[in-house]
Design a protein around this ligand. Structure first.
Ligand code: ADP
Ligand code: AIR
Ligand code: ASP
Length: 333
């Protein structure tokens, strides 16, 4: 369960909490399920855990392939630390195979493989049922954003689609369609945000076309929980086997040393205890003792700059807790 602090936002599937860092939020994934913009409501046992974990693994996957995201790290089964962004109120939808609202709108049979992936934008507004938007609506009526940003979002989304299709094919899944949300962080950097899970993707088994996503809930197909668990199992398998970057042909090995210490304003009881002991032993001139950890490993990379960027990401996501810890990276060739 989330800790006692009050959520700053309670959505249909997640609660969002502030952290000590104003630029970092905590997203708690609940088991509550809604469909058709909350006209249908229910619960899917353990959905929160499944969606938080699949999201964490898929955010890692796209980051490894060069797409910047809001993901920092998974801090419990149901919770992710994320960078706070100003969400652009657009649902960016990609379609590879006809399903859902496309079939309804065009009177098309579900399952037609589209000639090329389609990217479309809907207005993120439940009261209006997230209506499909034209570029002119976005730019000149709602004044949400401009052509340059829409082009950039479209390119990023198509790139993400290729990464996902490739990854999911290896675990026997067709990516039918999905919805992404983007936002700008405090530095004006565009980040992929929200979640990546069976709630916002349509996944079909590659052999049987069995639906393994929220359509089981939307269409009362039964075994909803089983489908979510199956997706978690496959994504975990895929992440273990396929999502690590292959080492580049002209890469060299670097030695990495990462030092992690709690931030100066964070209480360090271990450090304080050692300081007290040293002082009582007569070492009176010492102060500000901090006890941290050192992580050392080797990494293959094309250059020390690239290695540093990658290690930096590792620190942000796993090796350090950027909310309460500082880290220092040393790379030698
Ligand atoms: P909804 O708002 O549609 O009911 P959720 O229950 O999933 O959806 O609530 C999560 C909310 O948090 C969404 O509105 C989403 O746009 C927003 N959000 C996702 N990622 C971030 C982020 N990094 N910073 C700020 N808000 C975010
Ligand atoms: N989606 C759209 N709004 C909310 C969500 N989760 C996702 C659906 C589906 C894709 O966007 O889960 O994967 C297209 O949905 P639709 O209903 O427009 O066909
Ligand atoms: N995400 C929307 C809702 O929860 C739409 C959907 O998934 O059908 O109602």
């Amino acid at each position: 369960m989330p800790t006692a602090t009050k959520a700053i936002y309670t959505g249909k599937a997640k609660d969002i909490f502030e952290t000590e860092d104003p630029n970092v939020l905590r997203a708690y994934f609940r088991d509550s399920a809604t469909a058709f913009n909350a006209q249908k409501k229910g619960e899917i046992h353990d959905k929160g855990k499944v969606n938080a974990t699949i999201s964490a693994l898929l955010f890692n996957l796209v980051e490894q392939n060069g797409i910047k995201t809001h993901f920092i790290k998974q801090i419990s089964e149901n919770e992710l630390l994320i960078k706070k962004v100003n969400i652009i109120p657009l649902e960016v939808i990609v379609r590879n195979i006809a399903a859902g609202s496309l079939c309804k709108r065009l009177g098309m049979k579900e399952g037609k493989i589209l000639k090329a992936p389609i990217v479309e934008f809907s207005y993120k507004k439940d009261e209006l049922n997230d209506p499909l938007l034209t570029r002119a609506y976005i730019k000149n009526a709602l004044e949400i954003t401009d052509d340059k940003t829409l082009d950039y979002i479209t390119d990023l989304t198509l790139k993400a689609n290729e990464i996902f299709k490739d990854f999911f094919l290896k675990i026997g899944i067709k990516v039918v369609d999905f919805k992404l949300e983007y936002g700008f962080d405090k530095d004006g950097c565009l980040l992929l945000a929200d979640e990546l899970s069976p709630d916002n993707f349509r996944f079909w088994d590659a052999k049987t076309n069995e639906k393994l996503d929220k359509d089981r809930f939307r269409q009362d197909l039964g075994n909803v929980e089983g489908a979510y668990q199956e997706m978690l199992k496959r994504v975990k398998e895929g992440s273990k086997n396929f999502s690590t970057q292959s080492s580049k042909p002209n890469s060299q090995s670097f030695s990495v040393r990462v030092q992690v210490l709690s931030k100066s304003d964070i209480l360090d009881p271990q450090g304080q205890a050692v300081e007290k002991a040293l002082t009582s032993m007569g070492y009176k001139d010492i102060k500000d003792v901090k006890i941290g950890k050192e992580v050392v490993f080797k990494i293959k990379s094309e250059s020390s700059e690239k290695a540093k960027t990658e290690v930096n990401q590792m620190c942000e996501r796993l090796l350090a807790n950027p909310v309460i810890e500082d880290y220092r990276i040393e790379i030698t060739g």
